[in-house]
Design a protein around this ligand. Structure first.
Ligand code: HPA
Length: 251
């Protein structure tokens, strides 16, 4: 079975039932990852856990060293990645505490190191990104969610903003016109870098709040986000546990 990594975002700084076997610090040609990798078993299956924002949750989305993070995972033999991410909901089916496995991405970020293919290259490389997420990892997530009876929206477009501030009402209106269903800050360049390294990658998005202007004029507070994420992450843990049990059975 391919080695799987779970990247935890806001609200998922650790995996409660993970039996930790070891931590590994990985140095990369692109600098330091957000922290050491945590190896362990969950549901009878080996898994690598990694906290995108660092274990103390101190690295903001625009300062994450995405290249070092993905490189480190590849370096230790990871082949598949489930990236958990807190997002805002834009379209009607994406309300607070809903889970989604998006199938498309629009990238609004800027100034991030977004490729491994630069500098002294032997040739120019353009990865295919028609379908930005791994079909196999998406299917495994949706299948496990079905088994444990957690409703998950299958599909949707994830719009990635620069952050760390949240968006204006007009920005969300524009994103909705563009076709975005969800808005987050960490999905890119993470997904593209995974593709560049040949890693199978999919998002499990947890909607923390209605995006700006989608709940009347109401402002978005961190307290509301944290409260909703608690409920959402409970469902995430159920899905991940099932998915790892399935992998253990499959051998
Ligand atoms: N916008 C961007 N990122 C987010 C949001 C949001 O409303 N909620 C959680 N992550």
């Amino acid at each position: 079975m391919n080695l799987l990594a779970i990247i935890g975002g806001t609200g998922l700084g650790s995996l409660k039932n993970l039996e930790i076997t070891r931590h590994q610090v990985v140095n990369t040609p692109f600098g330091e990852p957000s922290g050491p990798l945590t190896f362990g078993t969950l549901g009878g299956s080996e898994v690598v856990f990694f906290a995108r924002h660092g274990y103390a949750h101190r690295i903001p989305p625009h300062e994450i060293n995405y290249r070092a993070n993905l490189w480190a995972l590849k370096e230790v033999g990871v082949k598949e990645i489930i990236a958990v991410a807190a997002v805002g909901g834009i379209t009607p089916r994406m309300g607070p505490a809903v889970l989604a496995v998006p199938d498309q991405i629009i990238d609004y970020t800027y100034g991030r190191k977004q490729t491994f293919f630069e500098g002294e290259l032997e040739s120019v490389t353009h990865i295919d990104f028609t379908h930005p997420y791994s079909g196999a990892v998406r299917a495994a997530l949706l299948d496990s969610a079905r088994t444990v009876g957690v409703e998950v929206v299958d599909g949707g477009t994830y719009g990635c903003t620069q952050g760390p501030r949240l968006e204006t009402i007009a920005e969300i209106r524009r994103m909705e016109r563009d076709g975005c269903d969800l808005v987050g800050m960490t999905g890119m360049p993470e997904a593209a870098l995974a593709r560049e390294l040949g890693l199978e990658y999919a998002h499990l998005a947890v909607i923390a709040n209605w995006a700006a202007g989608k709940n009347g004029e109401q402002e978005i507070t961190m307290e509301d986000i944290d409260r909703t994420l608690k409920e959402g992450m409970r469902k995430v843990r159920l899905i991940l546990q099932q998915l790892l049990e399935n992998r253990a059975t499959a051998g």
